[in-house]
Design a protein around this ligand. Structure first.
Ligand code: ADP
Ligand code: ZN
Length: 703
């Protein structure tokens, strides 16, 4: 019998609604068909195969190359009461036997396997299992064109062909069009349906800051971190040496920080990673080696200390922020020097043409004067119709003006200096500065000396870079960065072409609009409670030796801190709380909330009270849910709570007679114990927890 997927979503995972595409993918899988799922990191891919795994009578095999992630994923499933295990090179022969036994005895709903283990066992015990679904995570690893090719993945097609009637699901967060075709071909998924969800991560703000000198950059980062006390973040650097330098600088300033790069030994890296995941280290300064095996939901910021090599990498790296959906910030610093350095690398390496092309796209992105998200998404084939409002350009839209004369001043300066000097000398001459170099070269005799006095040094710098970006000037990195005039530049100088420039954004303007972390929308009282809830979570995590976010993620804790649930009903209504976690941890967390409620000053009316007020005004549950921007399940649970308190709420209208009768039968058969889980199971997991509680309440109240 097909169990209701919505009910599983709420009861097991604690979520009220599917995200876009999840339900379609699940339904198609339940029909036994193949799917190809392309969703960004944090988009919610796992649920697409986990829910079918719970519906099917048999086992779901999950192939993943990320061994370090498997344990966490399995722990997370177990914490939701799901029977799952993993099989990879990290476990002992004895543990292997235990897992095999469990799988053979039908005691597992999901089994995670590394591709090499799959190959080695595919002709032994694995063949005996009642496999109902195979999910291939990180499916791009099968493509040789991708950036993360794993030879073992190419064997998966044989496995696929050995069980042709079992649905397969390929999942990945990175694959352009040609890679997608390749992946489908390689895995033998010719009849799969492609599901692509939006790659727009609206909760990530994008900020790009160019040409910031090292000292200022470090100062800005320090200021940024100071205003985000206790938040987790990643700072990406180009070189190993850089990561150590920046980390030690931040450490001196008293921050909780560690560095990470491929030059460290395995154990050091493992420990650094674990401390970060467990919130024992707040900030990691790393090369891009860091992050692949990390599934941490509360990373609040990602800073690029240097220019990334391409937009794919950049998007993947900033994507590690805000996986819990809460507002998170990203900053990218870039310097022409990074660009030059990479260009040189690219010259030497294989695939040089493509690498350079990608590098150029990266630079264009950083220099762009229009909505960054639009540019980024269009690169990935998605077109936004409106500006995002959450990037630095949207927040400080540039104003452009007729800049031909200004440009001509600069160009003639270059011409008169015989294209021998760099940007600083040019500006000093234009501004009529009086220094030793100018004296030595006798530049004060030039006609252009002092013709640009009225423009500040920094504005000139910005304009000249704009001129370079418009192709009027070339910066000759091979000749001490001397400026040369291009053919178009000469046209401008001769008055044959007009030029528009944009007003530079001064640091002052930028500060004005720089919001202090948008994540601080949670008010002060809530914040104290949030801190308390985090403490409890950490102590449970230590006790059960698992990462804290597996117990509840930050988003769920924040909801607890603002909604203040103190009854089972209210607690279950929090997004991210399923039945298993409610039973396991509910009391501990609610005790903290109750204590807090008692000592806190009388504050705003409770969430249940708010619902009641609207109910009394005559709104129906759906309208209340809309008005309050909460889910209908939440409103139902408020109403049943109110009913229990003896308020005038008509629950009878909210459950159908059929549901009520079924619950009554199950309830009686179970000797009328007020335990909801047995009833839920008795009813084939088809009736939601909220409805069961409502019905039981009605049954007991009305005898
Ligand atoms: P991915 O594998 O695509 O990177 P995950 O499957 O890890 O993403 O999901 C990211 C986060 O979103 C997880 O914390 C997950 O529990 C949560 N999530 C997934 N689906 C939903 C949903 N329908 N409602 C709320 N949260 C969800
Ligand atoms: Zn924008």
């Amino acid at each position: 019998m097909k169990k209701q997927t919505h009910t599983i979503l709420k009861n097991v995972f604690g979520y009220d609604n599917f995200r876009p595409l999840q339900e379609e993918i699940i339904n198609r899988t339940l029909e036994g068909k193949d799917s190809f799922v392309l969703m960004p990191t944090g988009g919610g891919k796992s649920i697409c195969f986990q829910i079918p795994a719970l519906v099917f009578d048999g086992i779901t095999i999950v192939i993943s190359p990320l061994i370090s992630l498997m344990k966490d994923q399995v722990q997370a499933l177990k914490s939701n009461g799901i029977k799952a295990d993993f099989f990879n090179s990290s476990i002992s022969p004895q543990e292997e036997n235990e897992v095999i036994n469990k799988a053979m005895n039908g005691e597992l709903q999901l089994l995670y396997l590394s591709p090499e283990k799959l190959i080695s066992v595919s002709n032994t015990w694995l063949k005996e299992l009642n496999i109902k679904l195979v999910a291939i995570d990180e499916a791009h690893c099968v493509s040789m064109w991708g950036h993360d090719f794993r030879p073992e993945y190419t064997q998966l097609k044989i496995f696929r062909n050995s069980i042709p009637d079992v649905p397969f699901m390929a999942l990945t967060a990175t694959a352009d069009k040609s890679a997608r075709i390749d992946i489908q071909e390689q895995l033998g998924l010719s009849n799969s349906k492609l599901f692509i969800s939006s790659f727009d991560r609206k909760n990530l703000s994008i900020d790009v800051r160019g040409q910031v000198q090292k000292k200022k950059k470090l100062q800005e980062i320090i200021n940024f971190i100071k205003r985000r006390k206790n938040e987790s973040g990643i700072i990406y650097c180009l070189s190993r040496k850089n990561t150590e330098e920046v980390a030690s600088y931040l450490k001196e300033e008293g921050h909780s920080v560690a560095f990470y790069h491929a030059g460290m030994n395995h154990e050091e890296r493992e420990n650094t990673q674990t401390d970060f995941i467990n919130d024992d280290t707040k900030i990691i300064v790393a090369t891009i080696a860091f992050g692949m095996g990390i599934d941490k939901s509360n990373v609040r910021f990602v800073i690029h200390y240097n220019l990334p090599k391409n937009l794919e990498g950049y998007y993947q790296e900033i994507g590690r922020a805000g996986r819990d959906g809460l507002p998170s910030e990203t900053i990218l610093y870039y310097n022409m020097r990074d660009f030059v350095l990479y260009s040189q690398f690219a010259n030497d390496g294989a695939n040089s043409g493509m690498q350079k092309e990608k590098l150029n796209r990266m630079l264009q992105f950083t220099e762009a004067k229009s909505c960054r998200r639009k540019i980024l998404l269009s690169y990935f084939g998605e077109h936004l119709t409106e500006n995002c409002g959450n990037c630095d350009v949207c927040e400080n839209p540039p104003k452009d003006f007729e800049g031909t004369i200004l440009t001509q001043k600069a160009l003639s300066g270059i011409a008169r200096m015989k294209e021998q000097d760099g940007i600083t000398m040019l500006i000093n001459v234009l501004r009529g500065s009086n220094n030793a170099d100018i004296h030595e070269k006798q530049y004060f005799n030039l006609k252009t000396y002092g013709i640009g006095k009225d423009v500040s040094f920094f504005d000139w710098r910005d304009y000249i870079i704009q001129m370079a970006n418009q192709g009027l000037i070339e910066i000759m990195y091979s000749e001490n960065s001397a400026l040369k005039i291009s053919p178009i530049g000469w046209q401008v100088l001769k008055g044959e072409k007009k030029i528009r420039l944009t007003t530079p954004i001064s640091a002052k303007d930028k500060k004005k609009t720089q919001k202090v972390a948008k994540t601080t929308t949670i008010d002060e009282a809530d914040k104290d409670l949030f801190t308390e809830l985090k403490k409890i979570r950490l102590s449970i995590a230590k006790e059960e030796s698992m990462p804290a976010y597996i117990i509840f993620n930050d988003k769920t804790l924040k909801l607890m801190a603002s909604e203040l649930p103190t009854t089972e009903n209210e607690f279950l209504a929090i997004s991210g709380v399923g039945m298993n976690k409610m039973e396991k941890y509910g009391e501990e967390f609610m005790n903290v909330i109750r204590k807090f409620k008692n000592i806190a000053k009388p504050r705003k009316i409770t969430t249940t009270q708010k619902t009641y007020n609207l109910y009394k005004e005559g709104l129906n549950p759906t309208e209340i849910a809309e008005e309050r921007n909460l889910s209908i399940t939440t409103i139902y649970s408020h109403l049943s709570q109110l009913y229990l308190e003896g308020k005038e709420v008509y629950l009878e209208k909210l459950v159908t007679k059929k549901v009520l009768d079924n619950v009554r039968i199950a309830f009686n058969e179970l000797e009328r114990k007020v335990e909801l889980k047995p009833i839920y199971e008795k009813l084939n997991e088809e009736v939601s927890y909220g409805e069961i509680r409502l019905s039981v309440t009605l049954i007991l109240k009305n005898e």
